[in-house]
Design a binder for this molecule. Structure first.
Ligand code: MN
Ligand code: MN
Length: 466
């Protein structure tokens, strides 16, 4: 077919890429897989990212007095939000090129007063975080990760369930023999949130001390926490502990083209966004990667995309670049900026073909997905990319040979969703969602296509460099 009468058709990237590039695909995903497996919370992902930035010579923004082309800086907010930048050749007022993604993933958190004992077992009561299908989180090995802050400020890091000889934690389900009533329930009600209780112990404390009352198993868990981690029962009040699948990252399929793991949404965009910035050679425009928390619950709070942190860091960059600061400069820089909102889209799944429009669905192995708009019920709640910006991005990706596809999330009126794109758009900057397709999004074990991960990285790199 001649190039002049081309119509849009998403192509299988494995048939489009050169063999040398395919080798890169596997190499890149090997490193991504390792990073994903090691960093299952926002805090871990942030500190892992900071390590990579420092290795490449990025400096904390508060440690530099002035900024000029080629300088590399970063800023961290509460150990769970990260902004890194490479100052561009052009004047800062020409705007920034931003890739933004979220590091939080759906999971199960602990209740503020989690520990109790019932029926001969000790449990942590939980409160799930983000949109999960609760029945997917029972009867699988779970890990506990995060930290506890003691009253004097001492930080105690906890990661249990990942090493081979670590214990794991467990949420039970009813056996099929007694599941008659459960089977008749709606799926959303079969496991309710109050049933998501984590088994944490079962040997009672062997002492005569009346002080410990009747809850000897609970007391034994507290004793264990004291001995092993130097934390007491009340210390759990000031903790950010998350329950995540205790599963590693594995290749999926005979050909190893897919990658299974927990938290692809949206650490796959966070990782590729970070790597793209690290690999950006002196960019024309100032290149920025923004990694945020709390997207899964609406981007709220101090570390979400709606926080002032992003704006504050751009203000800092502005003042160090011009050696003087004006609010107008900051507003102008933000308005002139453009961004890729890095987030995943739902991969077409032939087992559930009824929820997809095949001509407008994202497919595994067909490259990075451009999602012009998200939202639900007639595009409500969506930030829609303009035709002008779509043309710019398409042209950029075509020139660089990046393999891309366009999609929306499922059939019209089938459901919907949102991303952080809308919050970037609030600065009056152009933005479009771009990221790989993922199978079984928000499940404990999601699957992406390695070639899509790589093309997402290439898309971000091209965007940041131009
Ligand atoms: Mn997401
Ligand atoms: Mn999500």
């Amino acid at each position: 077919m001649s190039k002049t009468d081309k119509s849009y058709e998403a192509k299988n990237a494995w048939l489009e890429m050169e063999d040398v590039e395919k080798e890169e695909v596997f190499k890149f995903n090997k490193e991504y897989g390792t990073f994903l497996e090691e960093n299952k919370t926002e805090r871990e992902f942030t500190s892992g990212s900071v390590e990579m930035l420092e290795q490449e010579g990025f400096k904390r923004i508060d440690e530099v007095d002035s900024l000029q082309a080629g300088d590399k800086v970063f800023a961290v907010n509460r150990d769970r939000q990260l902004i890194a930048a490479v100052i561009g050749e052009k004047d800062l007022k020409e705007g920034l090129r931003i890739v933004a993604a979220h590091m939080d993933s759906p999971r199960i958190d602990l209740k503020p007063n989690p520990l109790y004992e019932d029926g001969g077992l000790a449990y942590f009561g939980t409160h799930y975080y983000g949109g999960i299908k609760k029945f997917q989180w029972v009867t699988i090995p779970l890990a506990l990760r995060g930290l506890v802050i003691k009253e004097d400020g001492t930080k105690i890091e906890i990661s249990i369930g990942e090493k081979e000889d670590d214990p794991v934690f467990y949420i039970s389900d009813i056996l099929p023999h007694l599941g008659k009533k459960q089977r008749e329930k709606k799926m959303s009600e079969a496991i309710n949130a109050q049933h998501l209780n984590l088994i944490v112990g079962s040997i009672p404390l062997d002492d005569e001390d009346e002080e410990n009352g009747n809850d000897k198993i609970k007391s034994a868990v507290i004793k264990h926490l004291e001995n092993e981690y130097d934390i007491n029962g009340e210390d759990l009040v000031s903790a950010d502990l998350q329950i995540v699948p205790a599963a590693g990252v594995r290749d999926v399929g005979f050909d190893r083209a897919l990658l299974g793991g927990y938290g692809h949404d949206d650490r796959v965009c966070s990782y590729t966004g970070l790597k793209a910035l690290l690999d950006t050679n002196q960019p024309e425009y100032t290149a920025v990667t923004v990694l945020v928390d709390k997207e899964e619950i609406g981007s709220m709070g101090t570390t979400g995309m709606q926080s002032r942190f992003f704006e504050n860091v751009v203000a800092k960059i502005t003042s160090k670049y011009y050696k003087d600061y004006s609010e107008l400069d900051l507003r102008e820089i933000l308005e002139k900026s453009s961004s890729l909102s890095g987030d995943v889209n739902a991969a077409y799944d032939s087992n559930f073909s009824e929820v997809f429009d095949k001509r407008n669905a994202a497919f595994i192995n067909k490259g990075v997905v451009l999602t012009k708009y998200t939202g639900a019920r007639g595009k409500a709640g969506s930030s829609e990319a303009t035709a002008e910006f779509m043309a710019q991005v398409r042209s950029l990706l075509n020139k660089a040979g990046v393999i891309w596809q366009v999609a929306e999330l499922g059939k019209v009126d089938e459901g919907g969703g949102g991303t952080i794109a809308q919050f970037l758009a609030n600065y009056n900057m152009d933005v479009v969602d771009a990221g790989p397709a993922v199978l079984a999004m928000h499940s404990p074990y999601e699957v992406v296509g390695k070639i899509d991960v790589y093309n997402t990285y290439l898309a971000y790199l091209t965007f940041l460099e131009n």
